[in-house]
Design a protein around this ligand. Structure first.
Ligand code: GDP
Ligand code: IMO
Ligand code: MG
Length: 422
């Protein structure tokens, strides 16, 4: 497998968790490199459902090392909860999970500020997960953040936190929000710090040694290309680089050591939160929601749904250098007579075959569609490419061609075995 970066090619929730879990079979190490517990990656093992937020989805396979890299923002209370939650399901993270010393921390004031800023924005809100992600990355960029290395050193932590609570309480007061108690935050975070200390290490050195041993490393992207802080639909984005480059900066593994980029995308499009989604279709949304699908793994919000947008995925191919495609949720389209695919955008008489940078132009884009005949058969039990209905194969081939990448994996259900390799 060598070193593989896996990214979401759309707006997040493409089924990355499922594909990571499948690919982990051949990996030695799985690394999260960006984002925080805004992510929700679902993995089914038999009937058991696991939703991972900070811990790499590789944790569900034995003898794999999972790394939370320097580029991740970590809410330590949430991480302890996740480790404990797995323990209750008989999955032991001790010894398999490493936490970077230099990952930044998320504090209650980040969550509170996230919420207050959203309230202030009113109808222009981003629709964040309210996990404090934006303010935590804001502190990191402003060089006023605190890191895991601070959390595990009691005196240093107390000193830095005192200052941060004082500063943020002034801001919270200005918002009309309740100030935080230093003691309460300090004590709960120090307790989490003691719990997490055995997991903390220099993950850059660890990963460098793994590369020298030629271990197979899988880099688990969170969110998706159009939520990238640089390449997404700004400001309706998250606060990290969700695209392939983020795997290098968020882990300390150099770009020339990366071998393959896998782009995960649904056979249609979904988005949670606000911002443009040109192919949004209430018809598709109603159908999928009626099937009990497309409700957020982190916040439970109903996801917005639309037709597959090949202008967007082609852009994702370009920005990430996607070599191979994993198309998930193909079974979601099993019942349709006709399936539409966006092949271009129109604003008045202007035609776009790329994603415009101007958010206002993007918001006005009207999709130009091609139509494909449906296959009207269940695909959930199919395990071989050749056994997929001919119309389904034609549809998937067209998605790959339009995206300009090689189709490598097709997923026809949430379970491990519902996966077809080409
Ligand atoms: P992630 O954030 O990219 O890991 O995706 P989520 O876990 O948030 O959302 C993807 C949803 O689709 C989850 O409920 C998965 O169990 C489910 N899923 C993934 N692949 C398939 C598939 O091929 N078919 C079906 N029916 N569900 C899938
Ligand atoms: P996974 O890894 C889908 C969205 C939020 C919001 C925007 C900013 O499961 O694919 P944030 O809380 O990050 O400041 O919110 O980004 N968002 C996601 N949407 N999947 C995710 O993660 C997401 N993480 C954040 O809904 O629109
Ligand atoms: Mg998700």
């Amino acid at each position: 497998m060598a070193n593989t970066i896996l990214v979401g090619a759309q707006w997040g929730d493409e089924g990355k968790g499922k594909i990571i879990d499948v690919l982990t079979e051949d990996a030695d190490i799985v690394v999260r490199t960006q984002g925080g517990n805004n992510a929700g990656h679902t993995v089914f093992i038999g009937e058991k459902k696991f939703v991972l937020h900070l811990i790499p989805s590789g944790i569900l396979r034995k003898k794999k090392t999972c790394v939370i890299g320097n580029g991740v923002v970590v809410d330590p209370i949430s991480l302890v909860g996740e480790i404990e939650g797995l323990r209750k399901l008989n999955i032991n993270a001790n010894g398999n999970l490493l936490l970077s010393e230099t990952a930044h921390l998320v504090f209650p004031y980040h969550r509170e500020l996230d919420e207050q800023r959203e309230i202030l924005k009113g109808k222009n809100k981003i629709g964040t997960t309210k996990r404090g992600i934006g303010p935590a990355y804001g502190d990191k960029a402003a060089r006023t953040g605190m890191r895991v290395i601070d959390l595990i050193q009691p005196d240093r932590f107390a000193d830095k936190l005192k200052f941060k609570i004082k500063e943020n309480n002034e801001i919270l007061k200005a918002f009309g929000a309740r100030p935080l108690s230093f003691k309460k935050v300090h004590d709960t975070y120090r307790e989490a710090g003691d719990y997490l200390k055995p997991f903390v290490t220099n993950t850059v050195v660890f990963l460098h040694q793994a590369c020298r041993r030629s271990d197979n490393i899988l880099f688990e992207g969170a969110q998706g290309t159009f939520l990238d802080i640089d390449h997404g639909t700004y400001p309706f984005v998250t606060s990290s680089n969700t695209t392939a480059g983020g795997a290098c900066t968020g882990s300390g593994v150099a770009p020339h050591l990366m071998d393959t980029v896998v782009g995960v995308m649904k056979a249609y499009t979904t988005r949670v939160g606000e911002g443009p989604l040109p192919t949004e279709s209430p018809e598709i949304a109603d159908m999928l929601h009626a099937m009990g699908r497309e409700f957020g793994s982190t916040t439970g919000r109903a996801r917005r749904c639309g037709w597959f947008d090949s202008v967007a995925t082609r852009h994702a191919q370009m920005v990430n250098g996607i070599d191979e495609l994993a198309v998930t949720n193909v079974d979601g389209l099993d019942s349709l007579d006709v399936i539409r695919v966006c092949i271009g955008y129109r604003v008045g008489s202007t035609r776009y075959d790329y994603v415009p940078n101007d958010i206002e132009a993007f918001q006005k884009c009207v999709p130009v569609y091609a139509e494909f005949p449906g296959w009207k058969t269940s695909t959930t039990k199919v395990r071989e490419w050749k056994k997929l209905p001919a119309n389904c194969r034609a549809y998937l081939k067209a998605l790959a061609e339009l995206t300009s990448a090689k189709l490598a994996i097709v997923s026809v259900g949430p379970a491990r075995e519902q996966t077809i390799f080409l």
